[in-house]
Design a protein around this ligand. Sequence first.
Ligand code: HDD
Length: 716
Amino acid sequence: MANNPYTESNRNAAHNTERHSNGDSKSERLQAYRSDAEGHDLRTNQGTRIADNHNSLKAGERGPTLLEDFIFREKMNHFDHERIPERIVHARGAAAHGYFQPYEAAAQYSRAALFKDTGQRTPVFVRFSTVQGGRGSNDTVRDVRGFAVKFYTDEGNWDLVGNNMPVFFIQDAMKFPDFVHAVKPEPHNEIPQGQSAHDTFWDFVSLMPESAHMVLWTMSDRAFPRHYRYMEGFGVHTFRLIDRAGKARFVKFHWKPLAGTHSLIWDEAQKLWGRDPDFNRREMWDDIENGDPLEWELGIQVVEEGDEHTFDFDILDPTKLIPEEQVPVTPIGKMVLDRNPDNYFAETEQVAFNPGNVVPGIDFSNDPLLQGRLFSYLDTQMLRLGGPNFHEIPINQPVCPFHNHQRDAPHRQTINKGQASYEPNSIDGGWPSETPPAPEDGGFESYQERIDAHKVRARSESFGDHYSQARLFWHSQSDVEQEHIIAAYAFELSKVERPWIRERVIQQILPNIDMELARRVGEVHGIKPPDQPPAVKEELGKSALKASAALSLLHRQQPDIRYRKVAILAADGVDGEQVEVLQKKLKQDGATGLIIAPSMAPVKTLQGSSLTPDAMLNGLPSVTLDAVVVAGGADSVKTLTGSGLGLYYVQEAYKHLKPIAGMGDAHNMLDAAGISVPDEGVVVGDSVDGIYADFREAVRGHRVWSRDAKANQMPA
Ligand code: HDD
């Protein structure tokens, strides 16, 4: 693709911030389109210099505006057309640039060029999203998170368009519009936004038992990640990788976060809707700006073709995962996200993913959900991005050359030379020409699977087990996680107005997963579940495995405290030396200590110096951070204890199971907040040295899970 002539004059502008200078093949290509206004005149889109950008052209100072005012009309016309349709699902998202680098293990499974060389970095653009809410909805709602990765490989774009949960609500794409209509805000009043807690969602899923497994995942804390960096990702479907010898294997893709897995707590997630609706996108943005990249390993579960039928479920059924105990995950590479986009609309909004974008060495399976997706994505982009030339939008272009005989259509930018826009041709030398398939640098060849079947509109019997893996997931959760799931069902159903829908969930769905789960949720609603699971044997299914550790969020703990953000509460009279020592120690461990004060005025220290607050108590409330330290200094502690916001800060941190430390007189404040000392995850001492080791260990564990039952009594 040629450089964009409209930005030619800007290309060499002295705008070469670090964000731009990645030097990878995608970044270099985007550079041709970046526009920097520094040092330039204000002009119309036709290049005419503008003398007055404040006043429209009028018949007299107080007269009507003239139609002749082409400068006003161009400006207003453009503005009037600024919006495009938002995505029908996954409308709210945030994205970052980075790279993928393969491990040695990758090349043996796939001949795709991006897996070949352990020294080669393939540029990626990754968009994370929620599913239900509109573009302006909240980040921390209970929902699935999209995890869409575009690999700009030397052989074309490969899009791995996954989620942060390994299964899906439905088995056949035929039901996708029904599912989306049910989960989206209700049609008569467009309520609720970003929520599944409403009648149409629960009506649909309680009538579709195949959704039981995925609904259980969405009722777990996985539905509100603490940060995208703590989120697993899954390709969901079974795909195929084809090696250099042409041998195909079934694979499931996994993104394993190198920072471990961690989620918010429901009460915290809800409070964040108001306190910081941009919480997830802001954290990713800030971390990348601060040089703290997000990192994952890409892993695959490999199933030889001959083993396709050896599982007690169908590997083509997208409501099933392959337990890691049965097929371990082999790491095949690492992904690093280290650069923010320059422009939200041009990059994050206009990026167009499509699971149908594959390169030689990667192929599909017959999963009927995946098969339907292969149609839907290209189709939706035509509407959303205004026609079939959306591949020319810079963020969507491959980094390799691409020539074909497709022509014209709205907003065509490529100026195709020559006369022959057909193939075969003898006028333009027969170009562009086909590439036969080959182990390397070959043309794409679909895997030649033999299919001998009747054309039927049917569901395979092997898709009939709807509950065994839901049960497996349930039994793999820790006690705290199970409590959170019970509370989630109870809460969601409390928002369902129709009693028969609540009854259907509690009496006809939950008992098939687990009787205790049904009983506990039923208790909250005054609904008694039956004595036996009501589903037929085939639907109840059976799983050889009773529990799988990998399904618990607590399974993948981070070994250190890197990236954690700690509030240091301070007011006038604070022990400034203590604050500085603590900040230094946290920094050495890769964490950040932020000074949170009653106001933004400099905080006067005991030592006579002053500290600059990072935020006020209600500016960065405890829900936005990982742990809290009340610094010593009698006057500082007294001021904070006398402040409702101060007390609430530590109470809320306590309620959300966050580690809390206090130095010097700080125990007085904890006392006043109703936090007894000593308590689990509450560390007090006279100095930083006195608290640091225990505090760090508590922070490493993210939350003090053993406090869960007690913390519910905290009124915050
Ligand atoms: Fe989808 C967007 C993930 C099933 C149809 N989907 C979309 C995005 C993600 C997923 C991450 C946002 C991409 C972005 O950031 O732009 N979708 C999934 C996963 C599924 C899934 C993991 C099941 C395993 N989706 C699915 C089905 C269909 C669609 C069955 C239709 C047959 N999805 C779409 C769509 C979207 C989309 C309507 C909306 C906007 C877009 O594609 O670009 O085509």
